[in-house]
Design a protein around this ligand. Structure first.
Ligand code: PMP
Length: 405
């Protein structure tokens, strides 16, 4: 089956907008996805019908809000094949999830321990571990990539040692789209006794995720990349690992008992969720997942790959255009530069034609340096993009080339 993209587009009100007097061509999906009406409705319905604090008040609305909120946790748990819903910890997004894990790990790391990350890391997964190492005296090891943007798996295996305490890596590179062989790499790291965290910010929106099959200890992602609201994300962790992970934020809701002098921590998931959570966000994310599950994951994948194939063919025919990173085994991301121009200028001219892409270092400054580019222009495709969008992208790129020549 193929996707009925016209029907899908109708569910995204924002896609009918004009920007700069032009119809919007939204190709910045790796930064954040647009929201279908089902998600907007879920948020409005929550605030108009059942807004209340969860787990606290003994009253009707609080009870209803709690039910919807905990049902959302189950929806996420099911989507990623978590062992149990309590393994799903709500966060504000990928960045917070990684910080929660790194903060706990920093208390356990000691001099001589090694933490491994990759050359293609987003700052959210690089700076966090860099700082955790600085605080604890552990050593940060960087797994190199090949020049084509693929992770150097041999180097990964070589760098693993009995001192490797933690490995953090992206499921998929946000800057290049490269898909990493996380299952194999995780197995090798686990065999050495290391904890493994997968940064799933880009992984989660491109096919079914099975955290148990991956075999990692932690998988983190943001709702907004998955057609859900901003400000909500998920840290999934194996129950036995999370159950005694050092707590990060402390305060209401996460405690068991409190005296003036001391406190004890509650059970999962509460012990890692201090304070009033983003209730509407959790419900909105569940609505996004339920909406997405209405489509066949293989169809979504095939659609995105078809768009990428066309974009890649057009790129190869465009004078001076160079694709940065992997040509295959990647999600629908086209990261490119145009010789003699700056990515920011390309982005500016495209924007004037209604085409939204991202330009810059993509929160991966060391990666840009490694690849010898000042940054790239990045078009990223998703379920609601069309071949017309790809054509509009290249029409705009050709105009930019002429203007900047
Ligand atoms: N890691 C990767 C691979 C990402 O693409 C992003 C978002 N660009 C993040 C981490 C950070 O996500 P957030 O800003 O939603 O916390």
């Amino acid at each position: 089956m193929t996707l009925n993209v016209a029907q899908i587009r109708e569910q995204f009100p924002i896609l009918a907008r004009q920007v700069n007097g032009q119809p919007l061509v939204y190709l910045d999906n790796a930064a954040t996805t647009q929201k279908p009406q089902a998600v907007i409705d879920a948020l409005v319905d929550y605030y108009t019908q059942c807004n209340s604090n969860v787990h606290r008040g003994a009253h009707y609305l609080s009870d209803e809000a709690t039910k919807r909120y905990e049902a959302a946790r189950k929806t996420v748990a099911h989507y990623i094949n978590a062992g149990r819903p309590e393994e799903v910890i709500w966060t504000s997004g990928t960045t917070e999830g990684i910080n929660l894990v790194a903060n706990g790990m920093a208390q356990r790391l000691k001099a001589g321990d090694e933490v491994m990350v990759t050359e293609m890391e987003h700052h959210a997964d690089l700076v966090t571990w860099q700082q955790a190492c600085k605080r604890s005296g552990a050593t940060l090891k960087i797994v190199p990539i090949h020049d084509n943007g693929e992770l150097n798996s041999d180097a990964f295996y070589d760098l693993l040692s009995d001192n490797t305490a933690f490995v953090a890596m992206p499921h998929i590179s946000n800057a290049l789209g490269t898909i990493n062989p996380i299952k194999e790499l995780t197995a090798a790291a686990k065999a050495r006794g290391a904890f493994v965290l997968i940064d799933g910010a880009q992984g989660v929106a491109h096919g079914a995720i099975n955290v148990q099959d991956i075999g990692c200890d932690f998988y983190v992602f943001s709702g907004h990349k998955l057609f859900g609201p901003t400000g909500i994300g998920v840290l999934w962790g194996r129950y036995d690992v999370l159950a005694d992970w050092p707590v990060w934020l402390v305060g209401g809701e996460m405690i068991a008992t409190v005296t003036y002098q001391d406190a004890t921590w509650g059970e999962l998931p509460n012990r890692l969720e201090a304070g009033t959570p983003n209730i509407a966000g959790a419900i909105g994310l569940a609505a996004a997942i339920t909406w997405l599950q209405g489509f066949n994951a293989d169809d979504i994948w095939a659609h995105e790959q078809a768009l990428l194939k066309r974009a890649t063919e057009l790129a190869e025919k465009t004078d001076g255009m160079r694709i940065i990173g992997t040509a295959s085994n990647k999600i629908g991301v086209l990261s490119f530069i145009i010789e003699g121009t700056h990515p920011a200028d390309i982005g500016f001219i495209l924007d004037k034609q209604g085409v939204a892409i991202r330009t810059g270092d993509h929160c991966a400054q060391p990666l840009m340096k490694r690849l010898g580019v000042p940054g790239t222009a990045r078009a990223s495709f998703t379920i609601y993009n069309t071949m017309d969008d790809v054509d509009a992208l290249f029409k705009a790129i050709n105009k930019a080339r002429m203007m900047l020549a």
